[in-house]
Design a protein around this ligand. Sequence first.
Ligand code: PEP
Ligand code: MG
Length: 588
Amino acid sequence: MGTPLHGVSASPGIVIGTAQLLRWEVPEVPVRVIADEEVPSELARLHAAIAAAVERLQLCKARAEQNAGPAEAAIFDVQVAVLGDEALTGGIEALIRQNLGAEKAVELVFLEWRERFTRSTNPLMRERAGDLVDIEIRLLSILLGLPDGDPVAAGPDGDTILITHDLTPSLTVQLDRSSIRGIATDAGTRTSHVAILARSLGIPAVVGLIDATSRVQTGDRVILDATNGELVLRPTAETVARFADRARQEAAVRSELAAMTTAEAVTTDGVRITLRANVDLPDEVERLTTTGAEGVGLMRTEFLVVGRTAMPTEDEQVAAYRAVLEAFPGQPVVIRTYDVGGDKLPVGGFPHEPNPFLGWRAIRMCLDEPDLFSVQLRALLRAAVHGDVRIMLPLVVGVDEVRQTRSLLREAAAELMRCGVAHRADVPLGIMVETPAAALTAASFADEVDFFSIGTNDLVQYTLAVDRGNAALVTRFTPLHPAVLRLIEGTVRDAAAVSRDCSVCGEMASQPLMAYALLGLGVRTLSVSAAAIPVVKRLIRGVSLGAAGAAARAALQAATAQEAERLLRDALADELGAGVTDGLLGLS
Ligand code: PEP
Ligand code: MG
């Protein structure tokens, strides 16, 4: 049947296509010593390679402009400028004149420059360090005559399945999304940001395949079964037919579920659940308005700063927020302030940290950089004139962080008032509960916040001490662990006691079995990815809160995540029947 590789489903769907291997790593460079008389021709070879690299960058820029917009495409102008820097090219030429082959000369000079940039105290210099890697890969690939691993070269025939080690923001902006049918990566997990991005784009994706890039060749026929997290290499005709059949069945179930768009999210015992959407990229919004989502429960704003060359202006931000608000007139749109750090690096990069997920990220970075944060807060207050904005803070661990933000918000409102700029000063402020600290002390936030939203991706990571992005730990990332369930249950109870809304916007809400557990734990508002809305609505309409509550209470007392999962699955099968349960769980 062809060899299946096993990974993790990041964005469901089954696609059959042609593999396009995208290697974006600094290649191995052999040492080569040249004779004196070869120096002129080696210098000419270097300059020809630089010219070819510049030409490719122009193409990349045009492609990125089309796919991601001019702000994202500006990164390629920076790279062209670096290749024109005489200090850099002069350094390479000097080594060639000392009889070193051009490739080794390039490698040594880039190594020195990267070291220098990474250690710089200037954030703009640190940012250039990432660009230097991209430029070095491009230049060395040309000099070494390696196959063009550039995403621009992805097949035009529309059946490309991209196989790559990891998807970085700079690769993502170059992708021609219209020609890519599926994505498979060695690295990543369901909650890593590559996976979240793939779900937002609606592209089937399997992550965490560990060594797919060394098992697949460009041009291989492959089947990406992103529903089950598998990549089947070089399948037989019979296997292709079997998967094509499954893909058709899955499409049929999905089109049946599409009827859910207009249905109400009401449980069989008559309780209305609010189902909102998560927005990760601005170009998703149009698609979201057709899903029946009741507003936006989490708008991530990192797209404004990750993989860009400059921070967005206040006006640019207002426009981005306003576009979402106008797509959901009269409905709440919860906009999260910058959650950069960890695996999401902003303009200017970050100082190197041994433990980025425990480091200087999210609200910590924002409060330490009030100038940067205040631009975002002003933009949010201005956007609030156009709809029901609610501001949400990520990675909060203490009440003092909310108080500091409130004080910055007051200053932002006062400044807008002074300048006569239209805004609203009464925008609700809430926090993400995504650290055990926030979950255990939720009650003490009562006087400071207007709402809570549980970010289970990070809550699971920090409770179980399991890196959410580490493919090797996937089986240990168990959101149904009783410790996680207890933190959620306690947070929901504390929020209810002080009459504050408490929703869930992490990936747990998008997975039917986990959503069932959340309903049983008392959650009444779920915010999920676009693709999950019909699936989760179908779940809600088939279950009773009475039964979900009993199953969740049993799961809270379970000894292990596996036992909790079994209890919940059995209870769900009792409600929906085994066939529907398997079908629904298979689609998540
Ligand atoms: C979460 O942590 O659950 C969450 C929704 O935020 P993010 O995935 O962006 O960290
Ligand atoms: Mg989070």
